[in-house]
Design a protein around this ligand. Structure first.
Ligand code: PLP
Length: 342
């Protein structure tokens, strides 16, 4: 007997079964914090596959968190895909999400199992991001620098004055991860002393995408960011290389969380399950040439990505840096002690 017939015969769960199928209709709005091309491709593919009218609004991680806080009583989206996970944890801390533990979390890399067990009720880990520098080798040569910087301390070289760029952590998750990484490496006092000194070499704090294109154009010689962005630029022909700082491999994870009071909850769950799948995670690099590292154990990583087995990820306190009060304190401190001193 077919399962549906069997259930009908029992007078049981058919309505539930059907209501799950009904999720393959209707609408979905995604707040998307990955590259615009990736957002576009993912939304198009999902929409077609499940026949769900899906739209996305793209913003950097910090900007999306601010939007979610502002819209707390009237959410405008159903799910937040991508962006640094610290900000997802902070939003979770503020009560902005609906619990959903996707069965696909079982396919996430074992090194993130403990974190998934602890935080996976609200947030899933969709990719791994590795923090480092990008350098424009031609610009470095013009500046008389023959050895590219190897360590964070090398970015203080006075010859780099005006030629370093990093994103603004008020908008971008990348620099929040950088600040937290330096705190993990050296403690808060030393990390902020360093950031103040680095300020002398930084020309501008802009959006993360602009930091990367400015590096490729040679407007800057060094950028701080997630290194897969530089692999994409190099592939496009820019004289750009990526560097993993000697002090240890800082990192973040891509988060995904369903927004509280989502209007299209079933579709948001369907999207979450799909975004964690091998198919969706490979689509990111195969079709959009963005080389973040997939977290699904069955997904193949691009040859352009660093091999996660070769990384020595630093200890990273997601409880501390994912707490909303700490996020606000560190960002405000950076604005006051670093940015405003420009
Ligand atoms: N997710 C991906 C895949 C990224 O490449 C980046 C930045 O490079 C981020 C998230 C963080 O973006 P932002 O710093 O703009 O918040």
């Amino acid at each position: 007997m077919k399962i549906a017939t069997k259930l009908t015969a029992l007078g049981l769960a058919l309505p539930i079964l059907l209501s799950n199928h009904a999720s393959a209709e209707g609408k979905l709005t995604v707040y998307c914090s990955v590259q615009n091309t990736t957002c576009e491709k993912m939304i198009q593919t999902f929409s077609k596959k499940y026949d769900i009218e899906t739209k996305f609004i793209r913003n950097s991680t910090g900007a999306t968190l601010a939007k979610l806080i502002a819209e707390k009583n009237n959410p405008q989206a159903d799910i937040w895909y991508g962006g640094t996970i610290e900000h997802h944890f902070q939003a979770g801390d503020l009560g902005l999400f609906t619990p959903y533990r996707s069965p696909r979390q079982a396919e996430i890399m074992p090194q993130f199992k403990a974190l998934t067990d602890k935080r996976g009720d609200l947030t899933s880990i969709v990719y791994l991001l590795v923090l480092g520098f990008g350098v424009n080798t031609e610009k470095l040569k013009q500046l008389g620098i023959t050895e590219p910087p190897k360590c964070w301390s090398d970015l203080l070289d006075p010859r780099l004055q005006g030629y370093v760029q990093m994103p603004d952590p008020q908008i971008s998750g990348t620099t929040y991860t950088a600040i937290a990484t330096l705190i993990e490496l050296w403690g808060e006092q030393e990390a902020f002393d360093y950031l103040k000194k680095l300020n002398a070499n930084v020309s501008e704090y802009v959006k993360s995408a602009l930091v990367t294109t400015n590096l490729s154009r040679g407007e800057s010689a060094v950028a701080v960011g997630f290194i897969h962005s530089y692999a994409t630029e190099k592939e496009k022909g820019a004289p750009v290389e990526s560097i993993l700082p000697c002090e240890g491999d800082g990192y973040s994870l891509g988060g995904m969380s369903i927004i509280k009071n989502a209007r299209n909850l079933d579709n948001a769950k369907l999207f979450a399950d799909w975004a964690l799948s091998k198919e969706a995670q490979e689509l990111v690099w195969r079709e959009t040439k963005v080389y973040q590292i997939p977290t699904n154990i069955h997904a193949e990583a691009s040859p352009q990505s660093v091999n996660p087995k070769q990384l020595k990820l630093i200890n990273y306190d997601f409880d501390r840096f994912g707490a909303s009060a700490e996020g606000k304190r560190l960002t405000d401190k950076w604005v006051k002690e670093v940015k405003l001193m420009k």
